[in-house]
Design a protein around this ligand. Structure first.
Ligand SMILES: O=C(O)CCC(=O)C(=O)O
Ligand SMILES: [Fe+2]
Length: 196
């Protein structure tokens, strides 16, 4: 882990945050390029027997197919900008990644519900490197079993990286809550390693 990262002290977890992993100039460029180059999709989710639009746009790039929210996703092939980001994260974190899920939150009503990234394809203690560009958004952690523990909230800054590894997915859910504050677009990329 390079020295841009500081550990977030949470029990049953291994979480690191780099608020300014990328410079503001590089971050502005990545944000604009990702907005236009990524093949953003409006997917739907089945909830309570109904088809609902996901409250965000998504895209999936990588080498191996993967099941997410019950959907078998065929990834699109790597783009140069994604390979470049992947390489920088691999160098900084000492891990390798073979796929990336992208989320585009266009406003404060776009969100992601409480979940953990514990799909079997990721192996038992996955490392997930989560990059943010654009509007800052609150990111929450909630312990899955110990209700005495308070939630932990971080504000995901433009150009930041959050690293979740070790037992984090076993013990904690995470989410991007909705906000009523006027909020611009945010792009998130979660680099993952599919092992099966
Ligand atoms: O947008 C974020 O920071 C969270 C994304 C996330 O949790 C996921 O894609 O699994
Ligand atoms: Fe997640």
């Amino acid at each position: 882990m390079d020295n841009r990262f500081a550990q977030i002290m949470m029990p049953d977890a291994n979480v690191w945050y780099a608020p300014a992993f990328f410079s503001p100039e590089a971050s502005n460029l990545y944000f604009q390029q990702l907005l236009t180059q990524i093949n953003w999709q409006q997917e739907s989710i089945r909830m309570f027997g109904k088809e609902l639009p996901m409250p965000r746009l998504t895209a999936w790039y990588g080498d191996k197919s993967y099941t997410y929210s019950g959907l078998q996703n065929k990834p699109q092939p790597w783009l140069p900008i994604l390979s470049e980001l992947k390489q920088q994260l691999e160098e900084a974190t000492g891990q390798t990644y073979n796929s990336v899920l992208l989320n585009l939150y266009q406003n404060g009503q776009h969100s992601m519900g409480w979940h953990s990234d514990d799909e079997p394809e990721l192996g038992s203690e996955p490392t997930i490197a989560s990059v943010s560009f654009g509007a800052p958004r609150r990111f929450g952690f909630r312990h899955r079993y110990n209700k005495e523990l308070k939630n932990t909230y971080l504000t995901m800054q433009h150009g930041s990286v959050l690293l979740m590894q070790g037992p984090t997915q076993h013990f904690w859910h995470h989410a991007i809550p909705k906000t009523t504050k006027p909020t611009g677009s945010r792009i998130n990329l979660t680099f993952r390693k599919i092992v099966s």
